[in-house]
Design a protein around this ligand. Structure first.
Ligand SMILES: Nc1nc2c(ncn2[C@@H]2O[C@H](COP(=O)(O)OP(=O)(O)OP(=O)(O)O)[C@@H](O)[C@H]2O)c(=O)[nH]1
Ligand SMILES: [Mg+2]
Length: 249
């Protein structure tokens, strides 16, 4: 592989001092990505401890692309920045804390090859699971996902999960407005649905991190999630009323 040969897949990982987790995350990625993959590891400061672990990565299929967050600090800016670096091929957003179910990456890629524009890792559809983490946060996230799916036939049971694959089509079509925490994945999914893009979901198992600390700020970010929830609800009701609902296969 050369430095510039195109990769078949991109993975964007926002990181904040994930020294204890990143090598395990990369080992899992290496195991489950079937093709050469560019891994955009987006950190906020040059001192981030994650960088200290990267020289110990000895695998071959991942091309590590650590980069300083060029859009300002914070996880949302980090994901946005990582996605902005992706020039071709699909991009999967993965957390650096070993919570996401990387075993489904081949299925996500197959779905994209079969025409899906956005593929959601789904904890709340049959076969998916959400293990650990604060009960209140889990309940809200499950309620949001399942209510949208039931009430307005939203094409995934798990709109709030960040673990998603984005095709170039979605990345180009969606103009990002989010500014809070991790609600970017929700914005992408709601807007892709409104634009009539094809969304599919695959069951996935989320497990709470076992090293390091969560930086999730539920109360501060809740209004940001609510904005996209209400937009989806509003659009969904309008679609149902007009009889124009087209459920995704
Ligand atoms: N660059 C950057 N990455 C961040 C920041 N905050 C969190 N991250 C990374 O984003 C990923 C998820 O962060 P967590 O704090 O575990 O948040 P979460 O997984 O959504 O929430 P939990 O359910 O509480 O685990 C991890 O890889 C973090 O290192 C930040 O301010 N800047
Ligand atoms: Mg986490």
């Amino acid at each position: 592989m050369t430095e510039n040969s195109p990769a078949g897949l991109n993975v964007v990982i926002p990181v904040y001092n994930e020294r204890e987790n990143i090598l395990r995350t990369l080992a899992e990625l290496e195991r489950h990505t079937p093709v050469l993959t560019d891994v955009w590891i987006v950190h906020d400061t040059p001192e981030d401890t994650t960088l200290l672990a990267l020289p110990d990565y000895k695998g071959e299929r991942l091309r590590l692309r650590p980069c300083l967050n060029g859009f300002g600090r914070g996880c949302l800016n980090a994901i946005r920045y990582g996605l902005s670096r992706v020039e071709e091929g699909p991009a999967i957003v993965v957390m650096g804390d070993m919570s996401d179910d990387l075993r489904i990456i081949p299925q996500m890629m197959e779905a994209a090859e079969a025409g899906a524009d956005l593929v959601c890792g789904s904890r709340y559809m049959p076969g998916g699971r959400h293990i650990g983490g604060p009960l209140f946060k889990k309940t809200l996230s499950r309620l949001a996902g399942i209510s949208l799916q039931r009430l307005v036939r939203f094409p995934t049971h798990d709109v709030t999960n960040s673990f998603k694959l984005y095709s170039q089509r979605v990345l180009r079509a969606v103009e990002i407005e989010s500014s809070g925490g991790f609600e970017l994945g929700m914005e992408f999914t709601v807007k892709a649905w409104i634009l009539g893009l094809k969304i599919v979901e695959i069951p996935s198992i989320w497990k709470d991190r076992f090293a390091g600390e969560s930086r999730f700020r539920l109360w501060a970010w809740l209004p940001h999630y609510l904005r996209w929830y209400l937009l989806a609800l509003h659009h969904g009701v309008w679609r149902l009323l007009r009889g124009a609902s087209r459920p995704n296969p």
